[in-house]
Ligand binder design. Structure first.
Ligand code: AGP
Length: 608
């Protein structure tokens, strides 16, 4: 996730406007920043690693000349947060500047082809080669600027929103979109492009949403949209966006938590584009380890719990999921040179997780990290780390970062399984397909179930307590649903593997007691029906999360929500948790609480 912005002004200096817009986009990434402008046919660039204010202090981002320019605030994906990797990126002749948000999957092939043709690329990013592709279009193909960008983006596989300026046609910005967001702003002073509407709102309320597969040429007083596939012109008029400043930061959603729940199709897409190389490297460490500890707190621990089922079921790899604050007490003495710790932490700064990691490090264990924040402490102490690329999560309740973590762990488990020869090609292909479908499935759940969940929340808003049950891997889903409900709606709740309920907790159940049961159609299905019967027999109100068309359970349950069919057992937490996130959110809103700022909690817990 990065923020991009461009402006073509009728008069005046673009740089301070770009700088101010980047500040509004800073939530999308803040490890490096850069701007490029054109004045008198010459390209000017300033960029560096660090937050916008820090970079501005050193380089003065406002004194770049010219009334046309682009700017970028970065959330590192390919290439460490260093000056050389900061955007904008230039071509060999320094005539073209490109900024990009997204992940290009075929960048290695394209880069090698360009290098074979004599291009010199300096960064480790998946962006720089776009500038060189455009350079070829202009200089070898003799194309016009917009056509050169169009031909370049046609070659890209993956997600992108790009904005490009060139000294060849210094009055234009050309931008294009596939999956990553892009909007255009139209004002009397000029035209703008940006990653999101809030970046534009102080400048204009006349907004054009760019759709996937479209390329836009902006001049100082007009814009033209074309389809990338066939260059055909698309007519689209600007819409008037009348958002309050508060709504603007939340992209029109009432809360960050809801926005982040809705972002999951996109964040899941990003995790499916992680660099093979890192996944493979981490899988190699896991595969060779004598023992593997999956260490984390809170939601990240639930991801580890789901991960441990995945490693066991797919790769026959036994792992210990450990709550970080207990890790040293429980395993401190046994961790040693043959141990591998996979620490999972959205923030990469959670004190308990880092304490466990540091102890393991002192004992010469191998440290692997899975985090959402590049340059966090966890990334610095890990032998190998994976950046899960969910983009900043502002809501204290982790939502999109959980589904991304589980998706990465699933990909790792599949890789270890492959290395060990533990899954058949058919199974690999099936799971590969299911993984690919996750973003669409997540979209379907949010679209079809949100309203239903709202009704359920209304119905149970005064319940004094909840019980969450799941079997097998769904235990992790149940734990996570319960944590969400407790932390933002303050409803006391218990979560258990369903089989455990009859060993004590069932004593709580009385008529009307709400019991949430996670019921994928896997090998636990029949037994779960038995558990539902036990609960119903004691008068519980059963709220079931089921696969579409699971009539057996739908008939038994008092209320149910559905996820698309056929996800299968191992990937099920990624989809089944979404209705539970929505339930917690709707309950909090029903009860009049602010889900983004739950009492007594902090986004990153940096004390023991
Ligand atoms: C999740 O909703 C919580 N806010 C909390 O449990 C969180 O997951 C935990 O503190 C771990 O954070 P981390 O992933 O940043 O290490």
């Amino acid at each position: 996730m990065c923020g991009i912005f461009g402006c073509a002004l009728r008069e005046g200096n673009a740089a301070p406007i770009i700088h101010a817009a980047l500040k509004r986009l800073e939530y999308r990434g803040y490890d490096s920043v850069g701007e490029a402008t054109i004045s008198d046919g010459k390209l000017y660039v300033k960029k560096d690693r660090g937050k916008i204010d820090a970079v501005h202090k050193i380089h003065n981002l406002d004194d770049l000349p010219g009334s046309i320019g682009i700017g970028h605030t970065r959330w590192a994906t390919h290439g460490a947060p260093l000056q050389v990797n900061a955007h904008p990126h230039l071509d060999c002749k320094k005539q073209i500047a490109v900024i990009h948000n997204g992940i290009i999957e075929n960048f290695t092939e394209l880069r090698l082809e360009l290098e074979a043709r004599g291009h010199v690329l300096k960064s480790k990013t998946d962006t720089e080669m776009i500038a060189h592709l455009i350079e070829d279009g202009l200089n070898v193909g003799n194309l016009k600027f917009a056509d050169a960008v169009l031909e370049a983006v046609k070659k890209l596989e993956g997600s992108y929103s790009v904005a490009v300026i060139s000294t060849n046609e210094p009055d234009k910005i050309v931008c294009a979109r596939n999956e990553s967001p892009l909007v255009i702003g139209v004002a009397a002073e000029g035209l703008y492009c940006a990653s999101d509407i809030p970046a534009l709102l102080p400048l204009t309320k006349k907004i054009v949403i760019v759709e996937n597969g479209e390329l836009v040429t902006l001049s100082r007083d007009d814009f033209e949209i074309r389809k990338i596939v066939d260059s055909s012109i698309v007519e689209r008029k600007p819409k008037l966006i009348d958002w309050s400043p508060e709504m603007a930061v939340k992209d029109g959603y009432p809360h960050f938590m809801l926005k982040e729940i809705h972002e999951q199709p996109q964040t899941l897409r990003s995790t499916l584009r992680l660099q093979e190389h890192y996944l493979d490297l981490m899988a190699t460490f896991l595969e060779r380890a004598r023992e593997v500890f999956l260490v984390a707190c809170g939601t990240s621990y639930h991801a580890c719990l789901a991960g441990s089922y995945m490693f066991s079921k797919l790769a026959f790899l036994g792992t210990y999921p450990v709550i970080a604050s207990e890790c040293v007490e429980q395993h401190g003495k046994s961790i040693g040179i043959d141990s591998t710790i996979l620490a999972v932490s959205q923030s990469g700064e959670t004190s308990d997780t880092l304490a466990a990691v540091m102890t393991a490090r002192e004992r010469a264990a191998t440290i692997l990290g899975l985090t959402n924040v590049v340059d966090s402490t966890l990334t610095r102490v890990s032998r190998v780390y994976i950046d899960q690329q969910s983009g900043p999560e502002i809501g204290v309740a982790a939502t999109k970062t959980f589904t991304s973590q589980v998706s990465v762990l699933a990909q790792l488990a599949l890789r270890v399984a492959k290395k060990r020869g533990k899954v058949s090609q058919d199974e690999m292909d099936y799971l590969g397909e299911r993984l690919k479908n996750l973003p669409n499935d997540a979209e379907t759940i949010i679209r079809r179930q949100e309203e239903k969940v709202r009704h359920i929340a209304k119905k149970y808003k005064d319940a004094k307590a909840f019980l969450f049950l799941g079997r097998g891997i769904s235990t992790a889903t149940a734990y996570e649903g319960r944590l969400k409900l407790m932390e933002i709606a303050y409803v006391p709740a218990i979560a258990l593997p369903a089989g455990e309920s009859k060993h004590g907790p069932i004593g709580l159940v009385e008529p009307g007691f709400p019991v949430v049961i996670v019921c994928p159609k896997d090998e636990t299905h029949k037994t779960v029906i038995g558990n539902i019967m036990e609960m119903k027999a004691r008068g519980a109100s059963v709220i079931a999360v089921v696969e579409e068309g699971d009539q057996e359970i739908e008939k038994l349950a008092d209320d149910y929500v559905e996820v698309p069919k056929g996800i299968g057992e191992v990937l099920s937490p990624i989809l089944f948790v979404i209705p539970l996130q929505l339930l917690a959110y709707c309950m909090a809103v029903e009860k009049g609480y602010d889900p983004d700022m739950p009492r007594n909690l902090a986004k990153s817990v940096t004390v023991k």
